[in-house]
Design a protein around this ligand. Sequence first.
Ligand code: GDP
Ligand code: MG
Ligand code: ZN
Length: 308
Amino acid sequence: MIEATVVKSTGSWYIVQTQNGEIIRARTRGKMRLQDLDTSNPVAVGDLVNIELDANYEHTASITEVKHRNNWIIRKANKLSSKRQILATNLDAAILVASLFAPRTSLGFIDRFLLCCQSMHVPAVLFLNKTDLLGDEIQKVTDELNRVYKDADVTILVGSARKNQGLQPLLEFISGKRILLAGHSGVGKSTILNTLFPDVRARVGRISESHEKGKHTTTFAEMFMLNNNTQIIDTPGIRDFGVVDIPEEEIAHYFPEFRLVMNQCKFNNCKHEHEPECAVLNAVSHNIIPQERYYSYLSILHNEDMYK
Ligand SMILES: Nc1nc2c(ncn2[C@@H]2O[C@H](COP(=O)(O)OP(=O)(O)O)[C@@H](O)[C@H]2O)c(=O)[nH]1
Ligand SMILES: [Mg+2]
Ligand SMILES: [Zn+2]
């Protein structure tokens, strides 16, 4: 039995890497001991697994056990689907790459992702890419992001991967960690990786591809092992981030700016909707909690449209 880390998932096969750097193709077979999560992918990139080498000459292996996960980022592809997908596991931090144009990332999407990170205690960075497309608006947009996310326990960074601007703070954040790089298809994840780590050569997609509506592209995450123990998990792009596994009454806890005031709500089971003497509603009305974040909260609470 050998311990290995899952570095790529391609559906039926997984690529795993052993402690001495050996790359092996593996698949789940037989009675594998699984984590008790009902997901479309029982094994995810980042998992520590036990493998047994197959008795053949092709150097393949079977995954016999998925070890305990410290954390994981999980989503539902859309609110109707019951399919849950683990994007990555055992993370030190996550970077959500967003852009205002081509494609536009909504605050609702950002907030759902951040909610999951909070619930898993995964520190998050929001990187607004493609600032070269913003012209004179850069400062205004940056100020807005800083206003909305002021007390949301997320680091806001802005820049342009194409122009190699603003990437230095991102590089410093990444260094020495295992990082999930997430965001819609086309926001510039692969470009960021290629610019920061020219040896990686992640595929840079054409923007037109990412805009083909209705096209079902199977998404595979891939971990790049860089030096100084830096590991980056590139994901091919997620359209929706449906929240799973967070009970209704816990959602507010994972909005850090709500957490600051909600112990002052009159009712301890307050849902912060229309209850009397609700400290969250009060903070919203005084612009202490940004409206935008409050709307995201309501939208998640009511399991509403995930695009908005
Ligand atoms: N204008 C602009 N385009 C960018 C920037 N970063 C990436 N792109 C373009 O956006 C498209 C998608 O980039 P890609 O890195 O493949 O996105 P991914 O799907 O998130 O990996 C490509 O055409 C990139 O050249 C940027 O900072 N500014
Ligand atoms: Mg990409
Ligand atoms: Zn309340």
